[in-house]
Write a protein of this length. Structure first.
Length: 263
């Protein structure tokens, strides 16, 4: 699937900045909604995973190198989405996630930009899903095809990461985001297919029939809303309660799937 031209142009500018700082950069990869479909200008993040040959900051040499790199990447103008979500990892991490170490993480969805150096950090478990999506669906802005860079991630580890992501989503985003993430997690558990939030919700309705909480979330997502639109006497609290109950059910199903042997 091709990413929107504006996203590709912005990602190319980010990649050019990274290559300027690190001429040996392995590759820069678009993932998330820009690669899976469903990207909405102004409301979707631009998700990028960049791979460099080795550590950005050499211990004892330049402790501020990672932060300065993050600042340069955050300053690239022209983001067509709600902000940049970018992690820089080494080629060794792409080939074996281990504890999910990273060199620097950049998030510009809020002001000021959040820049986290990886040195001394316990690791980012979100990289499990990011690397999995990259291997199967990423757009290579620069560098080799994703399967040549990102190793396969065991299905059990992906499912466990999805359970944790849904726990976080239910606490922070107890409506549209959480419900549609639950739908795409359910699809992965059943079919092994990674997809966008929209595609996950649409699949769930095809597979399981009319489900009001999913239908409302899809409507909201298509209109760029954080909450489903009012309908009848359904209150916001009832929407939140229904969303959390739906997500909890999918989490239980994922845990049950994890407990079963997989051929």
């Amino acid at each position: 699937m091709s990413a929107p031209p504006a996203v590709l142009a912005y990602a190319a500018a980010v990649a050019a900045t990274l290559h300027e700082e690190h001429p040996g950069t392995v590759g820069v990869y678009l993932h998330g909604s820009a690669a899976l479909g469903g990207f909405r200008a102004g409301t979707s993040d631009v998700d990028i995973l960049a791979v460099v040959p080795g550590p950005v900051a050499v211990p004892g040499a330049d402790p501020g190198a990672a932060v300065r790199l993050g600042e340069r990447l955050a300053a690239v103008p022209g983001c067509p989405g709600s902000g940049l979500e970018l992690s820089v990892i080494t080629a060794a991490t792409a080939a074996d996630l281990g504890s999910c170490p990273f060199e620097v993480h950049v998030a510009t969805t809020d002001a000021p930009a959040r820049i986290v150096a990886g040195d001394g950090h316990p690791g980012d478990p979100d990289l499990v899903l990011h690397a999995t999506v990259c291997r199967e669906h990423a757009v290579a802005v620069t560098g080799p095809p994703p399967p040549a860079v990102f190793a396969p991630v065991p299905r059990e580890r992906v499912l466990a990461a999805m359970v944790e992501e849904l726990r976080w989503a239910s606490l922070r985003h107890a409506t549209v985001y959480a419900v549609l993430n639950a739908c795409r997690a359910a699809r992965y558990a059943e079919e092994g297919t990674l997809c966008s939030k929209l595609a996950g919700g649409e699949w769930f309705l095809r597979r399981h029939g009319p489900t009001p909480v999913v239908g409302a979330a899809l409507t909201a997502q298509r209109h760029g809303l954080e909450l489903p639109p009012p309908r009848g006497r359904i209150t916001v609290l009832q929407r939140v309660q229904a969303a959390r109950a739906f997500v909890a059910t999918v989490q239980d199903q994922l845990r049950a799937t994890l407990a079963q042997p997989h051929p």
